[in-house]
Write a protein that binds this ligand. Structure first.
Ligand code: SF4
Ligand code: SF4
Length: 371
């Protein structure tokens, strides 16, 4: 990490926090930073990814603007997080995508949609593309199973590699003597924190300052809907792939089949989560918000909503003549999403997961050292 303006500003804030300590119980960040007196730029990347942007320390702080100290940790940490995504990305040169990330993602979606639409217009006979296709293999009369698997598999496979490398880069760069050995219990703690989005529940489950100084669980609920909706959609695609590959059962599947049930619930969850999180972003007090990161935030939510909505529409109208067009829109948006995963806001899930694991390992290490 580099000593950017946000890093310098956060370091100044932390110096005051370490003397004040009022927010000690608010989140995992404060207990971690109160163990040190000085911080490297890399420490700031770790603390920023440990922060879940609850705004609690802004609304509670007597030194927040307009106080001359101007302490605003949520804003500083949000900017540092964005800088850390670029810093740890693989390959590093593609980290430039985090500059003006909203526009970059918009361009990527446009190119992906145009690529799939043009490909279909050029290579699929129009009487098949624009007529109702029904029965087993209906989708594959428009785009063959092999072509679909090649593009989706290659883009997703590359993203998994790039995201794994980003996590590795982050872990190595922020390593400390306490994080050398990872115990099973630390992994369990981190997985539980991730699965329950524990910290979005606020101190003692009282909620976070999602909109203003009052407490709510709104962001946590919408984030849960999006996260589990996304996982259900991935499960739906995986089950459908296994059914096709090993049982020879070709899509489209019945309304009561496992892939359709998982995909429908997951898609609805994703749409609710995306719309809800966009609403929270619009309604929230702008003072602790880093405007520079908003493009990346909105771009991912809009892209995820596009994938979910086109998937649900494809399911609803799969036996009609517009199925081919909807299939192009869905495949184009899925392709854009899979390519964008390591170079957009999605990477926050990976680095935050790594930061939570590091925090769990460090807590155990301290208990052992402290007896
Ligand atoms: S954010 Fe403000 S109130 Fe909270 S510990 Fe820091 S200085 Fe104190
Ligand atoms: S915004 Fe919330 S999570 Fe981030 S440092 Fe402040 S209290 Fe902790």
């Amino acid at each position: 990490m580099h000593a950017t303006d946000a890093v310098q500003s956060a370091k100044r804030g932390i110096d005051v926090c370490n003397a004040c300590r009022y927010c000690e119980g608010y989140c995992a960040v404060f207990p971690t930073m109160m163990l040190q007196r000085s911080f490297t730029d890399t420490d700031m990347a770790y603390l920023a990814n440990l922060c879940h942007n609850c705004n609690g320390c802004y609304h509670a702080c007597q030194f927040a603007p307009p106080h001359p100290y101007g302490i605003n940790l949520p804003r500083d940490f949000a900017e540092i997080r964005l800088e850390s995504y670029a810093e740890y990305s693989f390959p590093k040169v593609l980290g430039r995508a985090f500059n003006r990330n909203g526009l970059t993602m918009l361009a990527l979606v446009g190119v992906s949609l145009a690529f799939v639409l043009l490909g279909m217009l050029l290579f699929v006979p129009h009487d098949i593309l624009f007529s109702a296709q029904t029965g087993p293999g209906a989708f594959y009369r428009i785009v063959s199973w092999g072509v679909m698997s090649l593009f989706v598999g290659a883009s997703l496979g590359w993203s998994v590699i790039a995201l794994s490398m980003a996590a590795r880069n982050f872990w190595h760069d922020t390593a400390s003597p306490l994080t050398k050995a990872i115990s099973q219990s630390a992994i369990r703690t981190a997985l539980k924190d991730i699965a329950t989005l524990r910290y979005l529940g606020g101190t003692d489950g009282g909620g976070c300052n999602d909109i203003d100084a009052s407490f709510s669980q709104t962001r946590r609920h919408f984030h849960h809907a999006l996260m589990y909706g996304f996982l259900l959609c991935l499960a739906s695609t995986s089950v459908a792939t296994l059914m096709h590959h090993f049982l020879g059962w070709e899509a489209p599947y019945s309304w009561y089949s496992l892939p359709v049930v998982l995909g429908t619930i997951g898609g609805i969850g994703m749409v609710i989560g995306c719309i809800g999180l966009i609403w929270v972003k619009i309604a929230t007090d702008p003072a602790p918000v880093a405007r520079r990161v908003l493009g990346a935030d909105y771009a991912l939510l809009i892209l995820l909503a596009l994938v979910a909505k086109t998937g649900l529409l494809l399911l609803l109208f799969r036996a009609t003549p517009i199925m081919g067009t909807l299939l192009a829109l869905h495949l184009g948006s899925v392709l854009a999403l899979f390519i964008a995963l390591p170079y957009g806001k999605f990477v926050h899930g990976i680095l935050r997961g790594a930061a939570l694991l590091k925090s769990a390992v460090e807590r155990e290490g301290r208990e052992v050292v402290g007896g």
